[in-house]
Design a protein around this ligand. Structure first.
Ligand code: GAL
Length: 414
């Protein structure tokens, strides 16, 4: 009798152990390491832990993510991919084509992502019809940030044209104020460049140049005018700009050392983390011209095996697109929710401007993928353009030479 009871109990114990729900685990590679970014990433880490997950953080410093993507390639090539990666735009497709991404369609369908995501965002998250990434936000790239007191003290309004920007910059320079806070890193040069390009080429010209890679547009007189403006802007940065991290440039505007910064609205995350108030301490305005350059952060899950990691990926994907996270994270990050059903009543005036402009540009056909932040092109093409842009900014290259090098670089990258 005793033996049979023991064997029955041990059998139940073995069955219960085998069907125990796997503890969600995730090693997460990302590059959110600045003040505002880290505060935002902590929101996700807390939600993951509050839902029983164990988060192993793999932050790789370096704005724009180039260093993070290098680290990712090394990990995947060594057969040890992270569980989840901050990955966006066409890079998602590139990794999908390598056959290393996990399918998260079960989460997307259970959570009804298709009903709450704009089609332009959902398209970036799908690979041959399956869901292969989870969208976090919508950052706008084409912003000018300004120190409100510095502008008022110098009788300057936020510029609505590049001529107005140049006139304001010259007035500030004469008053001993650094007009443009900038970090001399290729991705930051590209960020400024694409804001200038959107304004001078216009939305259709931008699309022809940086989505279609149209040769005539890349070598047009208007593209030469973009490089002319970049040459002018080079004269508005301080001598210590080379290598400066983007958030240190933001700090220069915060402390009044500089007047403007042209940067995506992750810069707003820095102002907010420092307790600065939009409309009082700092101002936001789109860079001169029509259109909206979007940059959607997302997480892709890598096919790493293990029930615990699969559970971690499913939990992470669910949380990332969840309504609460979409509000709390984006309030900190400076972006706006990817979901269309999140109330913006707690968001600030800059976020409302972004949401309004995004809606208007979507309806007007001027909602465009950022080339500088990996939304418009695959890595080889985007990198080829950025190499020319940063080479021009850091030399005395003529605009005529720049457009020829631009075309050649793009053609050689195909
Ligand atoms: C962008 C990224 C943002 C922010 C920024 C600075 O590419 O999408 O979330 O991290 O770089 O690092």
């Amino acid at each position: 009798m005793k033996k049979s009871v023991f064997s029955a109990v041990s059998a139940v114990a073995m069955i219960s152990a085998s069907v125990a729900v796997a503890e969600p685990q995730a090693e997460v590679l990302h590059y959110w390491t600045s003040g505002g970014e880290a505060k935002s990433a902590a929101v996700l880490q807390k939600e993951f832990a509050d839902n029983g997950g164990t988060w192993t953080d793999m932050p790789v410093a370096g704005g724009g993510g180039d260093a993070a993507m290098t680290a990712l390639r090394a990990r995947v090539l060594s057969g040890n991919a992270p569980t989840a990666v901050q990955l966006k735009g066409p890079a998602i497709q590139e990794w999908y084509e390598e056959g290393v991404l996990a399918d998260i369609s079960s989460v997307a369908e259970a959570e009804g992502w298709a009903d709450v995501l704009p089609s332009s965002i959902a398209a970036h998250m799908k690979c041959e019809g399956t869901w292969c990434a989870a969208p976090v936000n919508v950052h706008r790239v084409d912003w000018i940030w300004a120190n409100a007191d510095v502008l008022e003290a110098n009788g300057i309004e936020m510029p609505t044209s590049w001529d107005e920007f140049n006139a304001a910059a010259e007035k500030l320079q004469a008053a001993g104020v650094i007009p443009l806070a900038h970090g001399g890193q290729a991705w930051q040069d590209a960020t400024v460049f694409e804001g200038v390009a959107l304004g001078i080429l216009g939305p259709d010209g931008f699309r022809k140049a940086f989505v279609d890679l149209d040769a005539d547009t890349l070598t047009s007189d208007k593209m030469k005018a973009v490089f002319d403006q970049m040459r002018t802007m080079r004269g508005f940065v301080d001598e210590n700009f080379p290598g400066r991290d983007w958030n240190l440039a933001t700090a220069m505007v915060m402390n009044g050392e500089a007047a403007f910064q042209i940067m995506g609205d992750w810069a707003k995350g820095e102002f907010l983390a420092a307790g600065k108030v939009p409309g009082e301490d700092f101002l936001c305005a789109s860079t001169p011209g029509d259109g909206f350059l979007y940059n959607v952060d997302s997480f892709a899950m890598f096919d790493v095996g293990g029930d615990d990691k699969k559970a971690g990926q499913e939990l992470l994907a669910k949380l990332v697109v969840g309504k609460n996270f979409q509000k709390v994270f984006n309030l900190n990050k400076g972006s706006i929710p990817a979901r269309t059903d999140v109330e913006l009543d707690e968001f600030d005036s800059c976020a409302h401007l972004s949401a309004e402009d995004m809606k208007a540009s979507s309806e007007g056909g001027s909602l465009l993928p950022s080339y500088a932040h990996g939304m418009a092109l695959r890595g080889a093409q985007a990198g080829a353009i950025t190499d020319v842009v940063t080479s021009h900014f850091n030399s005395d290259m003529s605009s005529d030479d720049a457009v020829q090098q631009l075309l050649t670089a793009v053609q050689n990258s195909m």
